[in-house]
Ligand binder design. Structure first.
Ligand code: HEC
Length: 405
């Protein structure tokens, strides 16, 4: 942080009050704040994964850094391209060329705050589906043991105690310590499977176990999921869920703890379509060291006995070396998350569903950069990397949300 302050040259020379260009310089209150609220606050807030931009004086102080990162296309982090398939909230994921110019002019002009124009931050700047109908939490805080490679997996049994099935319409992870939570997955456990109910959790891997059905997942950058109208996901009566936490900490995070949970919104009546999350992807790849653009994925023909699949959204998932993620079904572009950015994993709920029919070609291509110059390279020098759940292994999954006809 201190470094950013110094490099960012916080406050430029003040613009003289009588300067002829004064009126042309955009101001924070009138021009910049609405952009920051729309496109930055969901990550840059006090409980978020990046430094808070809620204090205008702070944003003003790092104006030069902001202008530069925005101009380079680094911030906001790249997200799925709405031109491939538009999705809910896509307008929050990108800045227009004009907005980038405005931010640059503001920083250059001394980053004035300007007069208070009465602009108020909207409720949706930090998206949430609270108040929740149901909250499920770890029972006690957990302090991960960041051994060797910095990864720790821990599972917690969460019991709903519901007598009737519950239909879930919205899901929001409540992340206790975003600095060490790398991702989390919620599984619904089959009746006949035994799971430890130790309040402080139990050791587990990151990929679930047999009899655990993948339910929802979260990774950095993700927000609450609001499921499309007419659909909901079922939790069986006496539902038992396993919260699978993946903690990751470098040397500076030892001793930090976390207490996380999930909030749900629900409806009593059965929806028109019971939806599921269906993982598509590949585990069969080995990325050679020093390879700057290694591709793997899947390409197959959808068979009649799979049933017609109405896909309403996709959660693309790769790890730190991922650079591109492209998926299509039949004639439809589904996701183009290129460049891929690990810090912005978004569930894209489509404005228009994709229907996959028998005979459609379904294709997914993941591309990794395993060279020494890869932006988030974790091996020095680069090493061969395989499929795996750890942060120093890679994944190539499309978690597709939808319903079968
Ligand atoms: C999806 C989450 C996300 C969004 C949205 C986002 N950022 Fe960031 N931002 C991050 C993360 C994570 C970091 C820290 C890692 C890094 O520096 O790349 C960061 C760091 C920064 C930094 C470096 C300074 C610091 O305090 O570390 C600047 C400047 C910045 N972001 C500007 C912006 C601006 C401006 C926007 C909106 C136009 C924005 N970001 C939107 C996630 C986000």
């Amino acid at each position: 942080m201190l470094l950013t302050w110094m490099l960012g040259c916080p406050v430029a020379d003040p613009v003289p009050a009588d300067s002829a260009t004064d009126a042309d310089v955009p101001t924070y209150n009138a021009d910049i704040r609405p952009i920051v609220d729309r496109a930055c606050l969901r990550c840059h807030n006090a409980d978020g994964i990046a430094t808070s931009f809620e204090d205008p004086a702070f944003v003003q102080a790092i104006a030069a850094t902001i202008a530069e990162r925005v101009k380079n296309g680094e911030m906001p982090p790249p997200a799925p391209d709405p031109a491939c398939r538009d999705y809910e909230g896509s307008e929050r994921m990108t800045l227009t060329a004009e907005e980038i110019t405005t931010i640059g002019a503001w920083a250059e002009g001394g980053a004035p705050l300007g007069e208070d124009v009465g602009y108020a931050t909207g409720d949706d700047a930090i998206p949430t589906i609270a108040p929740y109908d149901i909250e499920l939490w770890q029972q006690v805080a957990y302090t991960p043991d960041f051994v060797e490679d910095g990864n720790d997996y821990r599972c917690f049994l969460l019991e709903l105690g519901n007598e009737e099935p519950v239909w879930v319409t919205g899901v929001e992870p409540i992340i206790g310590n975003p600095k060490i939570v790398h991702h989390l997955v919620l599984y619904q456990v089959d009746d006949d499977v035994e799971v430890s109910d130790d309040p402080s959790g139990f050791e587990c891997g990151g990929l679930g176990e047999s009899g655990w059905d993948f339910w929802v997942g979260w990774a950095p950058g993700g927000g609450p999921m609001v499921l499309p109208e007419g659909t909901a996901m079922r939790l069986d009566d006496n539902a038992r869920l396993v919260l699978n936490m993946h903690y990751y900490g470098d040397g500076t995070r030892a001793g930090e703890s976390d207490l996380s949970g999930y909030g749900f919104t629900t409806q009593a009546e059965e929806p028109e379509h019971a939806a599921i999350v269906y993982p598509l992807g590949t585990e069969r790849f080995t990325i050679p060291a020093d390879e700057p653009a290694y591709e793997a994925g899947m390409d197959f023909t959808w068979q009649a006995d799979y049933g017609t699949f109405h896909v309403q959204g996709v959660f693309p998932h790769m790890h730190l070396l991922g650079r591109a993620f492209e998926m299509s079904a039949g004639p439809d572009c589904m996701v183009d998350a290129t460049p891929w950015d690990f810090h912005n994993q978004v569930s894209a709920f489509f404005k228009e569903e994709v229907v996959i029919n028998a005979g459609d070609d379904v294709s997914l291509t993941c591309t990794w950069d395993n060279s020494a110059d890869s932006p988030y390279q974790y091996n020095d020098p680069p090493e061969k990397v395989r499929f795996g759940e750890e942060s120093n292994a890679e994944m190539c999954y499309a978690f597709t949300y939808g319903w079968f006809e």
